[in-house]
Design a protein around this ligand. Structure first.
Ligand SMILES: N[C@@H](CCC(=O)N[C@@H](CS)C(=O)NCC(=O)O)C(=O)O
Length: 367
């Protein structure tokens, strides 16, 4: 049987687990203890990321997007990719937003509420890495490993100065999603798309499951809680996306939020990576962090690390948009959606830096 290596409180494991359940793919979950990292994850992937999937024919895959795309070829029924242009483009964009930008509220609400969360989350880290060790050892290790992740918080641009803005943005997003899910089971109708799985990472393991944000979600957005439960249930998703390539009006504010907050960062990351490449002409592999840049949420500016790996994902909606352009295709509806949501012509320009994954590393294409 297929194996999913990860943990119950890991953001991206939540995305992969939900995908496997909604597709009805049988799997066994293996907790990523220290010994599993040492004996399986590190030797087989060369990196220290979870989740990892081991298929029945012993392919070992890291990265949820690659996991999903690989399994989609083996399990094409009830595809998570819509086939119509607006829905497919929106779903590819929203996967990036869920995976990479909603990490901001996910990390803020996990690590900046110590009174409510800390004992729980350190306990989770400790019992994951050494499930059989005595409690005091688990607590010690849990704190040590947890603090490594807590250290990422300021790098993501979350500081006292912009926390009110981050909270205002997230609360509005929750309210927008609450309205949406009171009308639709999933982001694009009756079946989860790749966008739902992108959202499930942050909105489940951190924002639903951790005590402080969990209370907030239950209070502000009960329909979002129900969507999380639907996404996690063992019931296979067999519904349909909305007919006629419809983008529901309740999704427009969500796309607009992506365009106003995340899109400028994505575009600037490409610029920063070009500068970095000039300064590092011999490097094939892209560093995880390449300096800092400014960004803005709800009018509040701050500085964050430039994380170039995101361009590997952002390339997917751009490539898809560009594949649609051509004499045979009427782009008017797609372009109207992009204009209406604030993306404008941003996808018409190719990225300067094309990144690909190779052996779980992010490298420049054709290098
Ligand atoms: N893009 C990757 C992200 C995986 C990831 O960042 N996983 C986290 C746990 S939820 C991790 O292992 N982090 C280790 C680290 O950042 O060093 C995916 O979709 O699988």
């Amino acid at each position: 049987m297929l194996k999913l290596y990860g943990s119950r409180f890991s953001l991206y494991t939540g995305k992969a687990r939900s995908y496997l359940r909604k597709k009805g793919i049988p799997f066994e979950e293996v907790t990523s203890t220290l010994s599993v990292y040492k004996n399986f994850i590190i030797p087989r992937t060369g990196v220290r990321f979870i989740p990892v999937v081991q298929t029945e024919d012993d392919q070992v895959i890291q990265d949820t997007t690659v996991i999903i795309d690989t399994l989609e070829t083996q399990y094409p029924e009830n595809s998570v990719y819509p086939v119509t242009p607006k829905q497919k483009l929106a779903s590819l964009l929203l996967e990036v937003y869920g995976d990479e930008w909603l990490l901001i509220p996910a990390m803020h609400y996990r690590w900046n509420f110590p009174e409510k969360n800390e004992t729980f989350i350190y306990g989770e880290f400790g019992s994951m890495v050494m499930p059989k060790a005595p409690r005091f050892i688990q607590r010690f290790l849990g704190k040590k490993i947890g603090n490594k992740f807590k250290g990422f918080v300021p790098r993501l641009g979350i500081t006292d100065q912009n926390i009110p803005a981050i909270e205002a943005s997230y609360e509005q997003l929750l309210q927008d999603l609450n309205v949406h899910f009171s009308k639709h089971d999933f982001l694009l109708g009756g079946r989860p798309s790749i966008a739902d799985f992108g959202f499930m990472g942050p909105l489940y393991a951190h924002l639903f499951r951790d005590p402080a944000p969990g209370e907030l979600m239950h209070r502000l957005a009960p329909e979002v809680c129900r969507w999380v439960e639907r996404m996690n249930s063992n019931e296979v998703a067999t519904g349909e996306f909305l007919a006629n390539d419809e983008i529901p009006s309740t999704l427009i504010p969500v796309l607009k939020r992506m365009a106003s907050e995340h899109l400028p960062v994505l575009l600037d990351t490409d610029k920063k990576l070009s500068e970095w490449r000039e300064q590092n002409p011999d490097k094939i592999e892209v560093d995880r962090v390449i300096g800092t840049h400014r960004f803005s949420v709800e009018g509040s500016e701050n500085t964050r690390a430039v994380l170039p790996h995101v361009l590997w994902m952002f390339r997917r909606p751009i490539d898809y948009y560009q594949s649609l352009r051509g004499p045979d295709y009427d782009m008017a509806e797609v372009d109207t959606m992009l204009d209406q949501t604030g993306f404008g012509g941003a996808l018409t320009q190719d990225l300067s830096n094309k990144l690909v994954r190779s052996d779980n590393k992010i490298i420049f294409e054709n290098s």
